[in-house]
Design a protein around this ligand. Structure first.
Ligand SMILES: [Mn+2]
Length: 294
């Protein structure tokens, strides 16, 4: 597998430069080799400084985001689509400027609960916007990954099958899927089968529990997930994602519906998740070796 990482919201809502630097330090201290920042806004932060800090700590940076309704590229309104494309373009530049390796999340629609079906024209607008973004991302050396999320956070891509159809329509080999066990647990009839279906189109992977809290406390069957990741020979990054009302970001916490605390202390949570994922992958490797001998 690639690098094991952690979402910055385990550490901080990330309102200041100091918050993000602390998150980088905590990530390195816990032995994670990549961090995910959300909604990275170049006007608020010194990206050069963060890039140098990450490099000195040997921590890779990935960035995820969701589009706001006014910049929804899956809209039928050309102004919104144009604004969304510009935001995606800026995001690719920000990832490049911070020395990051990927842009992911809900890049293909707004991050919100829709009250209508997606339209055919909207789907086409989104495909075109992502195809265009993929070109600039490829030039910038930034991976572009689309997060398949549950029905309450987008109306466009809720399943891996929908995601695969979408990235095929972009005609770009540079676009891959960003899968997440929390979302798959809601939408996929069989999350492990969904991982195998996506195969080498999985570009990024979020490990999250069904209640977004401690791994192992919910209903996700992680053994089956780790088996599937080995089966597709997944070599890219795996990032632990967990949210609690203990760490608040006005935008993301509301869009994700984080109304209560599943934990209050970041350090034991981060340490537990790392052990859980490493042990889980090791056990999956052992099962595989045993099966190969049988
Ligand atoms: Mn996620």
């Amino acid at each position: 597998m690639g690098k094991l990482g952690i979402h910055s919201f385990v550490w901080t809502g990330g309102q200041t430069q100091g918050d993000l630097e602390m998150a980088l330090e905590k990530t390195a201290e816990h032995g994670y080799r990549t961090i995910e920042f959300a909604y990275l806004r170049p006007e608020l932060f010194d990206l050069d400084r963060l890039a140098r800090k990450a490099q000195s700590l040997d921590v890779e940076i990935g960035v995820t985001m969701g589009l706001p309704a006014a910049k929804d590229v899956s809209s039928e309104d050309p102004e919104r689509v144009a604004a969304g494309k510009a935001m995606l373009r800026d995001a690719v530049q920000a990832v490049r400027d911070i020395g990051g390796n990927k842009l992911g999340g809900i890049l293909f629609s707004a991050h919100m609960k829709y009250d209508r079906q997606p339209s055919e024209d909207g789907w086409k607008n989104s495909v075109e916007a992502i195809a265009e973004t993929a070109e600039s991302a490829q030039e910038a050396g930034v991976d572009l990954v689309l997060e398949v999320v549950n029905r309450f956070e987008t109306n466009l891509l809720n399943t891996t099958a929908q995601g695969l159809k979408f990235i095929e329509a972009t005609g770009s080999d540079h676009v891959r899927l960003h899968l997440d066990t929390f979302h798959m647990n809601i939408e996929e009839a069989n999350p492990a089968a969904a991982i195998r279906l996506a195969g080498d189109k999985v570009g990024y992977f979020h490990i999250g529990e069904s209640n977004r809290g401690y791994l192992g406390d919910g209903t996700v069957d992680f053994g089956l997930i780790f088996d599937a990741l080995l089966d597709i020979d997944y070599q890219r990054d795996i990032v632990f994602e967990s949210f609690s009302s203990a760490v608040v970001d006005e935008g993301l916490s509301r869009a994700c519906g984080i109304w209560r605390d599943t934990w209050t202390d970041s350090d034991p949570l981060a340490a537990h998740a790392k052990g859980f994922i490493e042990r889980g992958m090791e056990e999956a490797r052992r099962r595989r070796a045993t099966n190969a001998r049988a």
